[in-house]
Design a binder for this molecule. Structure first.
Ligand SMILES: [Fe+2]
Ligand SMILES: [Fe+2]
Length: 141
């Protein structure tokens, strides 16, 4: 079922903003560590970033897509939203794919940390565009 928190504009937006804010803060931390060449600590921060994205942003996306989730219910109530919802699901997929690329890179023997930070930034950019679009299209104000 769609909890009221996901259907209402303000509470749903608050979840988006918490995810985005947490991820942005972590990226700032990773940038500082890369500048100081503190690679061991940076590797931990990358792991923590991936966990955060999976635990907050992707879990939230999964919830929206599940049966009786926000997306399914929105299309059921208004079939005209079908294409829009497909686009929003593609945004979720892109974030899942980038998180997967980060996991592959951090597992390598000599990870490219600049690349990892670039991936992290890409998640944020997609997430921000996605959230504003979703709020506009699906949420009751
Ligand atoms: Fe979403
Ligand atoms: Fe959302």
């Amino acid at each position: 079922m769609v909890g009221p928190a996901l259907r209402k504009f303000d509470s749903h937006k608050a979840i988006h903003d918490a995810g985005l804010g947490g991820a942005k803060e972590r990226i700032e931390g990773m940038r500082g560590l890369l500048e100081k060449k503190e690679y061991a600590h940076l590797a931990e921060e990358v792991d923590s970033f991936i966990e955060f994205v999976e635990g907050k942003i992707i879990v939230h996306a999964d919830t929206e897509e599940e049966e009786n989730g926000l997306y399914t219910v929105a299309v059921k109530n208004d079939p005209g939203l079908h294409d829009k919802v497909q686009h929003l699901i593609r945004d979720h997929d892109i974030m899942r794919i980038i998180a997967g690329k980060m996991k592959d890179e951090i597992r390598r023997e000599d990870p490219d940390y600049q690349q990892l930070i670039d991936f992290a930034n890409s998640v944020i950019i997609v997430n921000e565009i996605h959230s504003r679009d979703e709020e506009e299209a699906l949420l009751e104000k």
